[in-house]
Design a protein. Structure first.
Length: 200
């Protein structure tokens, strides 16, 4: 069972009727993507922490709700946000991206924290290894599975590298084919290459 903060239960209960499903959905997906997340309240808003740092947060207002990543620019790769939240003013659960995409984005935010990247920092760009080219067989396989492609595209460069290296390091064609099939199956479930070893 996830560890929850009763202050967030109270916050959701007091939110407008339209906002409650949005907040409940966000909370549930965050816990699913990051089982070790810690709930708290900062600046009067529900906040989720991972590894001792802020992962994301949410808020409800009179006419809209919001959900945002603390490291928005690095997670979303779209520059600084224009307003509060990473998905704009939300009035319904459908304003979120698909669940698989949201899970992948949350795990990308976790990876940034694991790497010690600070909000707005350019350290990652300076120290990260060059991105690997996606091999043709993996690219073709992803093109045939929308869920797997969405997850792969949403992962951090290091998480994508884990898959690429695992596939390209196979010495036999049969081994490579089996790894490729397994990779697509795991990606379709939003799993990283080393999901078995991730902290629970």
């Amino acid at each position: 069972m996830p560890t929850t903060d009763p202050r967030i239960d109270a916050y959701i209960a007091k939110a407008a009727d339209f906002a409650q499903p949005i907040l409940l959905h966000a909370r549930a997906v965050v816990h699913e993507a990051c089982p070790q997340v810690e709930e708290t309240v900062k600046w009067g808003m529900p906040t989720f922490q991972y590894g001792g740092r802020i992962l994301c947060g949410m808020a409800a207002f009179k006419q809209h709700a919001s959900f945002g990543f603390w490291q928005h620019a690095q997670v979303m790769e779209t520059g600084e946000r224009a307003g509060m939240g990473s998905f704009g003013k939300m009035t319904k659960v459908g304003d979120f991206p698909a669940k698989r995409t949201l899970v992948a984005l949350i795990r990308k935010a976790m990876a940034l924290i694991d790497a010690g990247t600070k909000p707005g920092s350019k350290d990652a760009a300076r120290t990260a290894r060059p991105a690997l080219r996606v091999p043709a067989d993996l690219r073709d396989a992803l093109a045939g599975n929308a869920a797997a492609k969405t997850a792969f595209d949403g992962f951090s460069p290091s998480a994508r590298r884990d898959y690429i290296e695992w596939i390209t390091e196979a010495k036999r064609a049969g081994t490579r084919a089996r790894r490729l099939e397994q990779a697509v199956a795991w990606l379709a479930e939003g799993k990283t290459r080393n999901w078995k070893y991730e902290r629970r």
